[in-house]
Ligand binder design. Structure first.
Ligand code: HEC
Length: 386
């Protein structure tokens, strides 16, 4: 009993996300396969992927299927050479799902590797859900479907979602509808630079990368690889770099934002740096007081659908730096959610002078201890492992 009380009052997590140690190899890895001997002996890190719960889809069935989603542990390895880096990611998935046609209700499994374009300030990394304004991410995406629903045929990912899957309402939905003219069918390995869900730009040239994914029918396990150059016009990977992973489960109608997502993990290509500390440092505080702060200041909005994003899994994928920033400076990163067209009385943001301004008030007035306790409490909000 005493133990339970203590655990409730004081929580400390030493590992927020994984620290992945990349092993240097001396062969080209640009085409490295999932079964390559180069992976043997490389340190494996466990990366937990949490259900992304910020925005609900316009799809009741999918929302129901994922209502009680647990988290999932993926096993990740990294290797590098003087010019390239490669990741191997393995995750459990009971069903092999390959999208059979873009018009049907079947969805493919998939995975993505996300890299921050600027990680000079580890306390202010891009928003984990596909980057944010002024803080871009580079996304490598591989879907197990040979075909993709690409309504406008332009390779413009903003339009690569079915009508039901969009978060659009009102004029945005009209704009979406008018853009949906033609259907295209394309093989699906893609690269994007993304500064948020509504501003993803597909990258076709200037990046040497290769992805593949293979399903093991006996083990019910996917293995995927990404290899890419360390340096190109978008990224300059050296030292310790942040990386995040996402997986989609087609059998649960996962697509677009509906997925499992990790937080930022540090990948060490050489000596430890500030980033390792920012992503793996201790977070501690009085969780009971943190919860009291939450109930008093935050619950009214965050426990009400449509008022504010659900924070049910925020502890899984947000770093303490991000949480602190969200609380004291809400407009620094504005979550791509409902705008004024969606819920006229409770928009998540307004647009002022072309800039999104969060409707969440700043809590920068909060005392240091309350803020620390609140963050410790938020870090406990995450789904159990399945
Ligand atoms: C008036 C309603 C309101 C209150 C009160 C409020 N929030 Fe928010 N919050 C929002 C809205 C709307 C957003 C989405 C827009 C944005 O990103 O700022 C948001 C976003 C967030 C995010 C980012 C979520 C994500 O998925 O990245 C966090 C974290 C957060 N709030 C924490 C808090 C905490 C902690 C409190 C209490 C100290 C709080 N909020 C109080 C409305 C509110």
């Amino acid at each position: 009993m005493k133990k339970i009380v203590l655990a409730g009052l004081f929580a400390s997590t030493s590992l927020w996300s994984a620290n992945i140690i990349a092993t240097k190899v001396h062969h080209s890895i640009s085409e490295v396969a999932t079964g390559s001997p180069l992976w043997a002996g490389v340190k494996e890190s466990k990366v937990t992927l949490y259900p992304q719960t910020t925005v609900k889809m316009n799809d009741k069935i999918a929302n129901q299927m994922n209502a009680d989603n647990g988290s999932k542990v993926a096993k990740v390895k990294a290797i590098y050479t003087d010019t390239e880096i490669a990741f191997l990611i393995k995750w459990q998935d009971e069903t092999l799902s390959i999208q059979k046609g873009y018009k049907s209700d079947s969805y493919g499994d998939g995975f993505a590797v996300q890299l921050a374009t600027d990680y000079s300030n580890p306390e202010a990394l891009p928003y984990i859900g596909m980057g944010s304004k002024g803080r871009e991410v580079f996304v490598h995406l591989q879907k197990a479907n040979p075909n993709v629903f690409e309504p406008n045929g332009n390779g413009d990912v903003e339009m690569q979602v079915g009508r039901k899957n969009t978060p659009y309402f009102g004029t945005e939905l009209e704009a979406y509808d008018s853009a949906v003219k033609d259907l295209g069918v394309v093989d699906y390995e893609r690269n994007f630079v993304s500064a948020g869900f509504r501003s993803m730009t597909q990258v076709r040239d200037g990046v040497n990368s290769n992805m593949n994914m293979i399903y093991n029918l006996n083990k019910h396990c996917w293995a995927g690889t990404l290899s890419r150059d360390l340096k190109d016009e978008y990224l300059n990977l050296e030292g310790t770099v942040p990386v995040a992973f996402a997986v989609w489960d087609g059998s649960r109608n996962n697509r677009d934002g509906l997925k499992l997502l990790s937080g930022w993990n540090s990948v060490v290509l050489e000596d430890e740096t500030e980033l390792v500390e920012a992503l793996n440092g201790e977070v501690s505080g009085d969780v009971a007081n943190g919860k009291a702060q939450y109930d008093m200041n935050c619950a009214a909005c965050h426990n009400t659908p449509f008022m504010a994003p659900s924070l049910a899994n925020i502890g899984g994928y947000a770093s303490a730096g991000y949480l602190k920033e969200s609380i004291s400076d809400p407009s620094a990163v504005v979550v791509p959610g409902y705008n004024r067209n969606a819920h006229k009385n409770t928009p998540w943001y307004n647009v002022e002078n072309g800039k999104r301004v969060s409707t969440m008030p700043s809590f920068s007035w909060m005392g240091e201890k309350d803020m620390k306790d609140l963050i410790a409490y938020l870090k406990t909000l995450k789904a159990e492992e399945e």
